[in-house]
Design a binder for this molecule. Structure first.
Ligand code: MCA
Ligand code: AMP
Length: 471
């Protein structure tokens, strides 16, 4: 197998429900698929929460073919953009998976688990593109983040060091497999280390408790999942015992509220470890397994990663407690936004990546994230969502004359999406607009509330004053 992965053993690599593959079996069936992919410029992967998704991604990595993971709930407009932008030569999908109309022009390749090959593949160079992961920005359609192999290996080695993560760990999670958290940390992590992933298919506290009371040693989750645990764990001795027995619980993708951290600690004795990452940067900082697990803090820069805080004029902030934009540099960074040299250039300042996150540094060097520069980015359920793309989708509806989309605090989702709509003529129903966004973009981008208004508050320049919009 390629150097991205551990050498194939007979330890279980992947477990999805009743289906398992050892590292050796995975190397063999992914190797057979890789032989079919060799030489293709790029492939898409229909990333259902299934073992075939992992086999497809591993095959593409073995063959040195960049893979574009697709959200299986992607709506028609978003899919059309991703297909046009990334131009996949094939789409890899589990046999029987129903693919949408928008993928019809792309040749389909079924991912089976019964292929066998012991062929070896030349390891592509460190800078070779491995994955293209789509992520939202403040405006326009999602951008394809080109991630080289070096970003993946360096981030995985850094978190393995911070979390004392080894081949003996059985990682349990229910994260989607089309984003960095679930796919790179959650699948490629165990595969690189020679350990095991037990994927739950769909998140539930009951499934989690069962897996962690079995052989599970670690859990990865977004704060919405930890919130749901915190709501239940005080009254659920089995869940409390399962979490107590785990070696490490890790949270990321959005801020873990201190109240949820404390409720879980009180019920289980476990303090959740927080880490801070981004699609473009993979992992930047983390609390270490053997470090102080301070609630509300995202820990120290990971090995090899440089982090700085910068004021509005680009000046570097050195004093403890100063608030500034977090900028990062290191081997964990992406190469470019696909087909977007303009956006790539804008994202950097003197070689540092501008995260858009606003943070502070404690006296012990721990970082805290206190906000975000752009109001037009919403984090809901751990998903990053641009207000502009939802506004554009809603404006395509004939019943919408003007619209503004905002994010408001939500105990469960972190933030919930609100659409402020000036109707054109008779107002459409809220349900119709919600379904319209889910169908065009994806269900997690749907507004959770639609407010119909007569006009939107605007400044002298005609720009909507979003801060004046509060439910
Ligand atoms: C509801 N549904 C709909 C509609 N309404 N479908 C179509 N049209 C509608 N109008 C469906 C949804 O698709 C979903 O289906 C179900 O109803 C429930 O929806 P929802 O309430 O939105 O979801 P949930 O079950 O409450 O999801 C919570 C969750 C999820 C499980 C926490 O938000 C999640 O998996 N988040 C993870 C995000 C993540 O991985 N982010 C990492 C980004 P069904 O139940 O069938 O799905 S990477 C990153 O941020 C960086 C690198 C980092 O630091 O990690
Ligand atoms: P994404 O583009 O989906 O990769 O989302 C990356 C963003 O998620 C970051 O820029 C942060 O705003 C947010 N994020 C990730 N981890 C954390 C964390 N531990 N605490 C607060 N925000 C986080």
């Amino acid at each position: 197998m390629s150097a991205l992965f551990s050498s194939p053993s007979n330890r279980v690599a992947l477990r999805f429900g009743e289906q398992t593959l050892t590292h050796a079996e995975l190397a063999s069936c992914a190797g057979a698929l890789a032989r079919q992919l060799a030489g293709l410029p790029r492939v898409a992967v229909w990333a259902t929460p299934a073992i075939e998704t992992c086999v497809a991604v591993v095959a593409a990595l073995l063959a040195g073919v960049p893979a574009v993971p697709l959200n299986p709930k992607v709506g028609e407009r978003e899919l059309a953009h991703i297909v046009a932008d990334s131009a996949p030569a094939a789409v890899l999908a589990a046999p029987g998976a129903a693919l949408p109309e928008g993928l019809r022009p792309v040749p389909r390749l079924d991912v089976t688990l019964d292929g066998r090959s012991d062929a070896s593949f030349a390891e592509p160079g460190d800078e070779a593109p491995a994955l293209v992961v789509y992520t939202s920005g403040t405006t326009g359609s999602p951008k394809g983040v080109v991630l080289p192999r070096r970003a993946i290996t360096s981030t995985l080695d850094a978190v393995a060091d911070a979390w004392q993560w080894t081949a003996d760990d059985v990682l349990v999670h229910a994260l989607p497999l089309f984003h960095v958290h679930g796919l790179i940390l959650g699948v490629l992590g165990p595969l690189r280390l020679g350990g095991t992933l037990h994927h739950l298919g769909k998140f539930s506290t009951a499934a989690l408790a069962e897996a962690l009371s079995g052989d599970g040693t670690m859990m990865f989750g977004v704060p919405t999942m930890y919130h749901r645990i915190a709501e239940e764990v005080g009254d659920d001795p089995a869940l409390a015992a399962a979490l107590k027995g785990a070696r490490l619980l890790v949270s990321g993708s959005a801020a873990l509220p201190v109240r949820d951290h404390e409720r879980i600690a009180a019920a289980t004795g476990q303090r959740v470890v927080e880490r801070y990452g981004m699609t473009e940067t993979l992992m930047n900082t983390s609390v270490r397994a053997d470090g102080d697990r301070k609630p509300g803090a995202v820990g120290l820069p990971l090995p090899g990663v440089q982090v700085r805080l910068v004021d509005d004029h680009g000046g570097q902030l050195e004093e403890t407690g100063a608030v500034g934009e977090i900028q990062v540099r290191g081997p964990n960074l992406f190469t470019e936004y696909l087909n977007r040299p303009d956006a790539t250039a804008e994202a950097f300042a003197d070689g540092w990546f501008r995260t858009g996150d606003v943070g502070t540094r404690d006296p012990d060097g721990y970082y805290r994230i206190v906000g975000r520069k752009a109001t037009d980015i919403i984090k809901s359920g751990g998903y990053k969502i641009g207000a502009g793309e939802i506004e554009n989708a809603l404006l395509e509806h004939p019943g919408v004359k003007e619209v503004a989309v905002t994010g408001e605090p939500d105990d469960d989702l972190g933030e919930r999406i609100i659409a402020w709509v000036v109707p054109a003529g008779d107002a459409p129903s809220e349900r119709e607009l919600v379904d319209h966004v889910a169908r065009l973009l994806t269900p997690h981008k749907r507004p959770r509330l639609v407010r119909f208004v007569e006009s939107l508050p605007r400044n002298d320049m005609g720009k909507v004053m979003k801060r004046a919009l509060r439910t």
